[in-house]
Design a protein around this ligand. Sequence first.
Ligand SMILES: [Fe+2]
Length: 392
Amino acid sequence: MKRFFFSLALSLVALVTYAAEIPVPQIQCGPWVVGVTENEMTIMWITTERSMGWVELAPDDGTSFYAEERPRYYEDYLGRHTVTKVHKVRVAGLKAGTTYRYRIYQQGIDDSGHNPVAGRITASNVYSAKPYAIKTMDKSAKECRFSMVNDIHGRDSMLIALTKNVKTDRPDFMVFNGDMVDFMGSQKDLEDKFLKRSSELFATDIPLVYVRGNHETRGPGFSEYLNLFPTNTGTACFTFRQGPLAVIVLDSGEDKPDSDLEYGGTAAYDAYREQLASWLKQAIQSDDIRTAPVKIALLHVPFEKGKGWYGSNELKRLFVPILNEAGVDLMLSGHTHNYGIREKGTCDGNEFPILVNDNDTRMDVVATEKEISVKVIDALGKELHNLKFEVK
Ligand SMILES: [Fe+2]
């Protein structure tokens, strides 16, 4: 018996020593929150080490986060909690129009042998900092308020200038309408170019809606796009509702012909845009879209009057008839680095106006059942334009 306890003690010492050698994960970037609907959201973050991540959720009821055991949500794959550096935890079963506080955890795991060994747990700070909080979407809300920036191309000072007040302004969501970077290099590049800053400024607490730009199609990291910004469709296109507004998020692909020397033979956007059009035809038939009193499409590359660049011409040919059929009230774009408006009927039969945001301004949008108002704000906070659009 004595021998048994001695060997048990030795094993425990060995296990503790082993666990102590497992690298301790820290939060490297994030969190940011995507895919927010009335009932679900996906909380994203990146850790310094492979680890098992989870989210604890608490209602926004003024109680201490430690008042009781809070429910935990993991990312599961084929029956196991994932061990990864990029964490994406889908939280479901939420109530519409409700604010939830959350905290993120990560635990080092050595899963190199038969039996995984757990290491230390670290977490976001709720001792001395306010917990993060996210509000779910709500179809019964009277209005929808959102803000949009685009074509930041990794300019940190511009991102700060345009989004520093977003957390206090509390729009229902924030839109990145493409080209946040020049190039999808390494994941670290993306973290340094805009993700860390976005998380620090607002993306912990304001849902992020990312519209892929043509520059997000470039570089070796392009295939990380949906890993970092997952959607509920598994593609870069999706729809959602907030208040009376239906939002249709579309992807552009590239702006030149597939054979262009810039793409080195890797481009297959002709076929891709056809697939997107098929998806869009189906998506506009959903009850959420059909019954929405007001509809806005988000597409990075705008349609042009007359003949524009090849990608834009193709998007126009494929999407205009479907967006007309859907009864879209307004389309918001970027890409040109110039403010502009294409009125109804000027882009081969578009039955809705297209508003193009500059690369140095933010659009603040309010949509009600009757009207869409758009304010264009510059980096100094000055209002440059104040527009009203009728709802059909
Ligand atoms: Fe662009």
